[in-house]
Write a protein that binds this ligand. Structure first.
Ligand SMILES: Cc1cc2nc3c(=O)[nH]c(=O)nc-3n(C[C@H](O)[C@H](O)[C@H](O)COP(=O)(O)OP(=O)(O)OC[C@H]3O[C@@H](n4cnc5c(N)ncnc54)[C@H](O)[C@@H]3O)c2cc1C
Length: 589
């Protein structure tokens, strides 16, 4: 989720008190409600699939495809992965900036409660970091708010977000489809006794949620805002990058599946199964290859499906096509800026940070909590509210947010600022740098012009100091990447009428009828849509569906994830120990 959700403050807020717990945990089976309605049972009776071991084609080697392949292989299935790129990992990938490894895609683990990605983080010596929750906020004229106002604004925004999740969960069926998250913020701020200036600051700060969903919040559906909620407990920043997590997930597959790189799929032909005949799915690629499978799992991003509906023959059913059109696709981009020295990071953190292998973005497994360490440096998070001091297209909201990577634990820290930019502003920036050589002066100048108004406001900036002149830039262009679906991840825009049902339609796919199944973050359990965890679970679900229809053992699947959302829990059970809350919640079922 961008970073999808929860990033900064929920990490802190959720830490302060035991929060809501999922209504029920791991109680249901892998079949989504829609899948249950699909005529799987008809086929189970009439097709001679039981007892056979299928050859499955998995399209895409991102987290979902890799996990799906792993589960299928564990159950004796022959798997062939067809991947468009020259590498595995999909949206999980890293690059170096001035010798430091950084994530171009995800760098958060959203929620640690029974989250397999956080467990894999532990197993793979990944260093994760929990921020202390402090943030600086610059007003629209570029002046820094005092700490008291910044805290007031931050508290309002996060409290209102929690209320919006609960409201959306509770009143999803009644909320008009055209009501936005911004509308909700405006209503709530009007009920406060804040000064007008504070109210304005709250509204501008709430727009920062745009960098979580990848689009402005006046586009975010309130009705389906609950689908942006994430797993409970802490949000971790993956300080040493997702590299080891990806390696861990892929090592179960590499060498055991047949993996074809550089093979963009262009066609998927799957006729309805007919009793008494051999069913085949034919996959064709841009290199002219054809592959034949018993079943195919399509993990191409939602953005790819939107642009390539014609790749399916015969055409996908109308309900599936309308789901593809309905759910929207976000535009989150990142700009990394490295300096010779972290001039804004005024004091060293003393000796309390344990030393890891210095210089390696590959830490020991430890969750560092900034809150417990001396905070001799300014807040790592900085918001720049609707900067009137920057020349930009008037119709585009230009809020920016940055994180200081100098505040990461030793060994993972470097003098770099990470800027998140989203929606039309991100599109504008990407259009300016499209086609430019990453090492060109032109690219440097465009990106410097973009971020200069912000870094030049940080503590200790001096125009004459060489330490304050960026030594390198690295900017993502997910919107130019067809294999990432020309964007970042799915989101839920105003006007959406059946968002939850659309997701269920994806999960059912046309597997039962034609042998074409779908996985990927857009098909995940509701609590993880748009995240790496969701992608991982979606791969398990698709593998489980195939195991089901062939009567295979489903080894490796473990406990199942249902669609409960944390804010759907009644507030009265919030008090008590974790176990008491869980017991109470389950007993309430
Ligand atoms: C900028 C950004 C920030 C993010 N931040 C976070 C975060 O902090 N935390 C988090 O949990 N999530 C985050 N995400 C989302 C997360 O990256 C995704 O949810 C997850 O990686 C998706 O995995 P996937 O397997 O569904 O899709 P992908 O990783 O996209 O895998 C799909 C694969 O299919 C391949 N493919 C596409 N088309 C074809 C074709 N025609 N033929 C063959 N192969 C094809 C692709 O190359 C790719 O390898 C972020 C994403 C972005 C872009």
């Amino acid at each position: 989720m961008e970073c999808k959700t929860n990033r900064l403050t929920q990490a802190t807020r959720w830490h302060l008190s035991l929060r809501k717990t999922p209504k029920s945990v791991f109680l249901h089976s892998y079949s989504s409600p829609a899948a249950a309605k699909a005529p799987v049972s008809t086929f189970l009776c009439s097709m001679p699939l039981m007892g056979r071991t299928p050859h499955v084609g998995v399209i895409g080697a991102g987290i979902s495809g890799l996990r799906c392949a792993d589960i299928l292989i564990q159950n004796g299935v022959r798997v062939t992965i067809i991947e468009a790129r020259d590498r595995i990992g999909g949206r999980v990938c890293q690059k170096e900036i001035e010798g430091h490894l950084v994530d171009l895609g995800p760098n958060w683990i959203h929620g640690t409660l029974d989250n397999p990605i956080s467990k894999i983080g532990m197993l793979s010596n990944t260093t994760t970091h929990e921020w202390d929750g402090r943030q600086s906020i610059f007003d629209t004229s570029g002046n820094l708010y005092d700490e008291e106002t910044a805290t007031k604004v931050t508290d309002f925004v996060w409290t209102t977000l929690d209320e919006a999740f609960e409201h959306s969960n509770k009143f999803k069926d009644e909320i008009p489809a055209d009501k936005s998250l911004l509308d909700f913020f405006k209503e709530r701020v009007a009920q406060t006794s804040f000064t007008q200036a504070e109210k304005d600051a709250c509204i501008e700060s709430s727009k920062m949620w745009g960098s979580y969903v990848g689009d402005p919040i006046d586009r975010q559906s309130l009705k389906f805002f609950c689908l942006e909620e994430c797993i409970d407990e802490n949000n971790l920043f993956v300080a040493s990058t997702y590299r080891n997590i990806l390696k861990h997930i892929s090592q179960a597959v590499v060498g055991r599946a047949d993996i074809h790189l550089n093979e963009p799929v262009t066609g998927i032909e799957a006729n309805p199964r007919k009793p008494g005949t051999d069913h085949r799915v034919t996959v064709t690629t841009a290199t002219g290859q054809s592959y034949h499978f018993d079943e195919v799992v399509v993990t191409c991003p939602l953005g790819w499906l939107k642009r390539n509906k014609a790749a399916f023959s015969p055409a996908l059913p109308p309900r599936m096509l309308s789901a593809i059109d309905s759910i929207s696709y976000g535009r989150l981009e990142k700009v990394y800026v490295t300096f010779p020295r972290a001039f804004w990071h005024t004091q060293s953190r003393g000796t309390s940070f344990p030393d890891t292998d210095s210089g390696q973005a590959n830490g020991t497994h430890e969750v560092f909590n900034e809150k417990d360490l001396p905070s001799g440096h300014p807040p790592a998070f900085v918001q720049f509210l609707n900067p009137r001091y920057v020349d930009h297209p008037e119709d585009i909201s230009w809020n920016q947010e940055s994180i200081s990577l100098a505040a990461l634990p030793n060994g993972c820290d470097h003098p770099t600022l990470l800027f998140y930019t989203y929606g039309p502003c991100a599109t504008h920036l990407v259009s300016q740098i499209t086609g430019l050589d990453p090492s060109s002066e032109k690219l440097y100048n465009i990106l410097n012009e973009f971020v200069y108004p912000y870094y030049s406001r940080l503590p200790n900036y001096s125009a004459s100091s060489p330490d304050c002149k960026p030594s390198a830039f690295l900017a993502t262009q997910w919107q130019n990447d067809p294999y990432a679906g020309n964007g970042s991840y799915s989101n839920f825009q105003v006007g959406l009428e059946q968002g939850d049902k659309d997701i269920e339609v994806f999960r059912a796919g046309v597997g039962a009828e034609r042998g074409v199944w779908f996985a990927g973050e857009h098909t995940a359990p509701f609590v993880d849509l748009g995240t790496t965890t969701g992608a991982y679970w979606s791969g398990e679900r698709a593998a489980g569906q195939i195991c089901d229809i062939y009567g295979l053992s489903k080894a490796g699947l473990g406990l199942n994830r249902d669609d409960s959302l944390p804010s759907a829990v009644a507030l009265e059970v919030v008090k008590g120990t974790h176990t008491e809350v869980l017991t109470a919640a389950v007993a309430k079922e």
